[in-house]
Ligand binder design. Sequence first.
Ligand code: DP6
Length: 331
Amino acid sequence: MKAIDVVQLILKERFGAKPLHDEATAFAPANIALCKYWGKRDEALNLPVTSSLSISLNNQGATTNIRLQKHRDEVTLNGELQSLDTVFSQRLLRFLDLFREGCDLHFKVDAQSDMPVGAGLASSACGFAALVLALNQLFGWGLCERELSILARLGSGSASRSLWDGFVKWHAGNRSDGMDSFAEHLPYEWPSLCVGLCVLFKQQKSISSREAMKRTVQTSPFYAAWKPTADQDLLCLEQAIQSQDFELLGSTAESNALAMHALILSSRPPILYSQCETVTAMHTVWHLRAQGLPVYFTQDAGANLKLLFLKDASNAIRQAFPEVEMIEPFG
Ligand code: DP6
């Protein structure tokens, strides 16, 4: 099945209809996975091997404005005009093509991202989620959250989780059309929970998460161990969230991220996202913990770390990581 077939299934008679408005704007929060999505059972539809669970970063995310244009597409990122043949523009335009099949439609897309793009800081997740929300307004589709999540997944898997605040679970599903692979909001609040963004390295990562994920699945001799690990971690995280057990949440998220990076490293040829600064920061976290401060980290497809801690540890965290950007997901 192709992505466009899924779009047709969702839009039904609205497929190919003209937009209702000239322009629309939407915001979507960035999300950080506590139990990671790493590996696809279908690459065209971004269908995952495992379910995953994330926390959204409140007002940190992406705002996308989409406007109808007369003659040609135009893309800007944080106010800067982008050439249409960059990887960024190409991914975005191929996604827009799914919604203008057979119509002579051109768009101007203005994407504003609070997160550095391509640095493993969840920029594509909030970017595609904001775009889908903006398209839903522009065309006046009136889609429900589940349908929006499926469409966002077609842009980037982790985007399926960026439509809500707080905790979000993406169900892997097992249907080949992916209609059971969508995310949903988990109805739990945890006001004292904090996420610290440690931007240690702003450069674009050397290999995209998409490519690295594919190589891991194809070549890591340990990939078979990932599904049972992630399934177990997901159960622990759900339990931790329900009972507000911070040690369980932090230790599970950290070991899930380390397991994912161990797999990535065991790919052939190997991939290592960590830089020296990443390893130093990990040791600092472990040192703080050994001294009795409950702090954990998670790491995505990039060199940066995200710290997990409770609000009363903020001062100690700030001392150890002066540059950290603190986010209160429920603040
Ligand atoms: C490490 O969602 O960027 O952040 O579906 O190919 O676009 P594609 O991949 P993407 O991968 C995210 C990987 C991750 C883990 C996660 O967010 O769950």
